[in-house]
Write a protein of this length. Structure first.
Ligand code: UT7
Length: 319
């Protein structure tokens, strides 16, 4: 029997405040028509002063633990993916650990921006299959609203805040993470980045993006990495029940699915409700589709994401 990391619970948490395109258009030179036509986004959630990456992450983790029926004390690994930590250090993972009342486990953050959850999931999978951990919380949590330039209409309309989490448990059998693939190409740092940081400006910086160039790379890289993981798993496209993609732009989701020959009703879409929540978007979409009964135990789901760096990755999971 093969030891695998099985998703035994999912959870998510959104800031209370939901902002429509029309509300944004009151302060930014944009329109509901432009945003919907170019991105598919209708709403995003924006964190209030008391809501942070760690509080949202902890709320999503509590939901995932409840869904799994597992007590927080049984967790021996927490990996939190974020580009918007509460502080430069300590890690937001250790803040979540404290909020959950776990006194001793491995806890660290992963920084791979929008691909962060795929990176975190792959590391957790490697630690579980190697025996270094038995039960892991893998969280994607972001408060991107804090690093947006609210005068730059080309970026500020695209992002939102939120968190998603999964509980992974070591089990013997067919279910679980079948394969993962990760990539990065740092030559493209300047197409999607933050114009500040502790070691350069001593400030946090704001998001900058050359959107149309990112778009082009996204479709090519995502289609390639999805093909790669499906082949590595010894499966074909016909074996895939669901795609749970990073939610950046509806046009990217459609183009990538088309390139692989997947039907659009196999693609989980939440970008209309949440906009781009960076590292949170994949676990958030997964949680919604598990909770509404679309994704069922035993089905095959492909998770994928691409973000700043560039970084990109995918995973094949038998749920
Ligand atoms: O999560 C990480 C990965 N990120 C992504 O995958 C994002 C990838 N990129 C995209 O999703 C798209 O490129 C965008 C949605 C960012 C932009 O769509 P686009 O079709 O590539 O538009 P564009 O950047 O080429 O801009 C077209 C026009 C420009 O006007 P001109 O120069 O043609 O007159 C922009 O100034 O749209 C204008 N524009 C806007 N107009 C109204 C840009 N932002 C806005 C806005 N409202 N918010």
């Amino acid at each position: 029997m093969t030891r695998r990391a099985v998703i035994v619970g999912t959870g998510s948490a959104m800031p209370e405040r939901r902002v429509s395109n029309a509300e944004l258009a009151e302060t930014v030179d944009t329109s509901d028509e432009w945003i919907v036509a170019r991105t598919g986004i209708k709403y995003r959630h924006i964190a209030g002063p008391e809501e942070t990456t760690a509080t949202l992450g902890a709320a999503s983790a509590k939901e995932a633990l409840a869904a799994a029926g597992i007590d927080a004390s049984a967790i021996d690994l927490i990996i939190l993916a974020t580009a918007t930590p509460d502080q430069t250090f300590p890690s937001s993972a250790t803040k979540v650990q404290a909020m959950l009342g776990i006194n001793d486990c491995i806890a660290f953050d992963v920084a791979a921006v929008c691909s962060g959850f795929l990176y975190a999931l792959s590391v957790a999978n490697a630690m579980i299959t190697s025996g270094a951990a038995n039960r892991a919380l893998v969280i994607g949590s972001e408060t991107f609203s804090r690093i947006l330039d609210w005068e730059d209409r080309a970026t500020c309309v695209l992002f939102g805040d939120g968190a998603g989490a999964v509980v992974l448990e070591a089990q013997e059998g067919d279910r679980g993470i079948l394969t993962t693939a990760l990539h990065a190409d740092g030559r493209y740092n300047d197409l999607l980045y933050v114009d500040g940081g502790p070691s350069t400006t001593g400030t946090v910086g704001k998001v900058r993006m050359k959107g149309s160039e990112v778009f082009r790379h996204a479709v090519t890289n995502l289609a390639a990495v999805m093909g790669e993981v499906v082949e590595k798993a010894g499966l074909s496209v016909d074996d895939i029940d669901w795609v749970v993609p990073h939610q950046a732009n509806l046009r990217i989701l459609d183009a990538t699915a088309r390139k692989l020959g997947l039907a659009s009703n196999q693609v989980i879409v939440t970008v209309d409700q949440h906009a781009n929540t960076s590292a949170a978007s994949v676990p958030l979409a997964l949680d919604i589709a598990v909770k509404d009964g679309r994704i069922k135990a035993g089905q095959v789901a492909v998770l994928e994401a691409m973000g700043g760096g560039f970084t990109w990755g995918a995973a094949v999971i038998r749920m």
